[in-house]
Design a protein around this ligand. Structure first.
Ligand SMILES: Cc1cc2nc3c(=O)[nH]c(=O)nc-3n(C[C@H](O)[C@H](O)[C@H](O)COP(=O)(O)OP(=O)(O)OC[C@H]3O[C@@H](n4cnc5c(N)ncnc54)[C@H](O)[C@@H]3O)c2cc1C
Length: 214
């Protein structure tokens, strides 16, 4: 069980506080699932939530015989659970690029390979990076460029998807497939998902109102 927070609203690292934090979430689902459960391990907390992208592809003099992958290039807020996927895709791309290089230069020449690879890698990182920073930009304490209108609309839409996935297995599956880069982000805007997201939002509001009144 992982709980995350932001803007000084963080899950406490003691068992009782952790469960209480779950109660403060917009949906009671997680609290209901853990309130009577027995913890089998202590709570561990982690506050390294920054996103970091290094633009090695923009270096005017890129050194020969050097490639940089994984966290050394692009590190994410771990709450989105995409760092290992991206590191794996980096390794896959390196393998493909090296195979092509070998076909082109069977004698093993790697001149210019590193720079070309970093440029391709930068494109691969665009989608997961945009996802992470647009979600994190909603926190008042986040640093960096403020989101534009398109990003703000995407964030609002993602809120609907996040609410819907707590009660709809198909929306949940689509979200996880996009998060782990098995499917493109456009899947979340498919009419089948959009209708569920908006529908669940209406139901969710009604339930929230009912809870407030009780
Ligand atoms: C709390 C937390 C939860 C996470 N949860 C998820 C998740 O659910 N899903 C997911 O996909 N990703 C998750 N991630 C992200 C994932 O762990 C990283 O994206 C991934 O480990 C990056 O792999 P890497 O090989 O690039 O770097 P690392 O795994 O950081 O490996 C770098 C290695 O280099 C070593 N090293 C550093 N400097 C030197 C040096 N000078 N000399 C020799 N060795 C050195 C380090 O000791 C380390 O072993 C999480 C990360 C954290 C912190």
């Amino acid at each position: 069980m992982t709980l995350g927070g932001g803007d000084r609203d963080y899950p406490p690292a003691d068992a009782a506080g952790f469960v209480e934090f779950a109660r403060s979430l917009p949906t009671p689902m997680i609290y209901d699932a853990i309130k009577d459960a027995k913890a089998i391990a202590p709570v561990y907390s982690y506050r390294g939530t920054e996103n970091r992208l290094r633009h090695y592809e923009r270096l005017s003099h890129y050194p020969e015989n050097l490639v940089i992958v994984g966290h050394a290039v692009c590190a994410f807020n771990p709450v989105y659970g995409q760092g290992m996927t991206v590191a794996g895709l980096d390794a896959q791309m390196l393998d493909e690029c090296l195979q092509k290089q070998r076909q082109r230069y069977p004698e093993g020449d790697l001149t210019g390979f590193g720079r070309h690879f970093q440029q391709k890698l930068a494109k691969l990182h665009t989608i997961p990076w945009t996802f992470a920073i647009s979600q994190d930009s909603r926190y008042r304490g986040s640093e960096g460029a403020k989101p534009n209108l398109a990003t703000r609309l995407t964030i609002n839409y993602m809120d609907l998807v996040l609410k819907a996935l707590t009660t709809d297995a198909k929306v949940c599956q689509a979200f996880l497939e996009v998060l782990h880069m098995i499917e493109p982000p456009t899947l979340l805007f498919h009419p089948k998902i959009a209708v569920k997201a908006i529908g669940q939002f209406v139901t969710g509001r009604q339930k929230l109102e009912a809870r407030k009144q009780n």
